[in-house]
Unconditional design. Sequence first.
Length: 354
Amino acid sequence: MTSPPHPGKLTLWLLDTRSLWPGSSIKTAAPHPLSLLPTADQVPILRKHHITDARMSLASALLKRLYTSQVLCIPFPTTAIARRHNPQHGKPAALLPSGAFANFDFNVSHQAGLVTLIGYAPADAGAALARGRDPAVLVGTDVTLPGERDDYRAVDAEGVDGFVDVFAEVFSDAERFDMAFSVDYVTLLDGRVVEGRDLGRADRVVRRGEEVVVRVLDGRGGEEVVRFDSELVTEAKLRRFYAFFAYKEAYIKLAGEALLAGWLKELEFRGVRSPRPGAPARCAMEGMWGGREEGVEVWLKGERVRDTQMDLRAYDEGFIIASAIKGDADVKLKDYDIKVLHIDEVLESIKMHM
């Protein structure tokens, strides 16, 4: 059973749906979990053409309502979710039994089978029941998976610089230049890591199939010359691109605007590093956490943003999870409770809150 959110702390839940509910129809694969949701939630899930998308949509709906049930201490069937401020594009939020919005925030994201929920329950449990105000703390999350798409088709044709230019409506000129011609680090085939500052002009490589020659420490106080294919550089740049993307999505989801935000290109991230990958699941074990990166600078319309904390965490072999929190300076992003959930404990928790 999932433990309830701790008042005054952030919660980050992960649910991996890749092995859940096998089959081609979510209606026949997951009849019981679907039955736990109101018809309004079931309709968009059942409309999904691919069961992979339906699985994530179902898991997301269950987590949102379970989190709401636990924070408000109300039965799961009585939970209600609506969009704050804008009925079509506003951020999903919990409703009180009175119909007013509850005074706490959560956000969900899903990609390639992984579903995340980030939430903040006020330190004063009764504060969540306050009505008529926006939460003092806003949260956002996003999941990306480098390598999920066939990015190399564009990279081989246009280079990394041409690939990132496709996203000119999302990223500023400075961000796209940074992504195309800077590298945070490169992981060699033997596992050694070469920092970007040690690559020399190899950081300008934008295509595969070129030989890169660098000098690295040999572990005995000397140096050795290492030669490798430039694919390792382009791979590192693509992973960093997805780190940028996760940061941007998580930030704009604080307010619920997503990629509709008119100020998107004026939102810039500086000092971005991609977290080092974790390890894939083996047998029945869950995936392993990789690195965590924080300290990114957030700039909006030329001004440094000071009231927002952000980080990136790597999970499994490729996933990058971005988290954002805006508001109360006493709330520390690094202090959040992280839980990798299993569907059985989710369903058991729902049963306990019926």
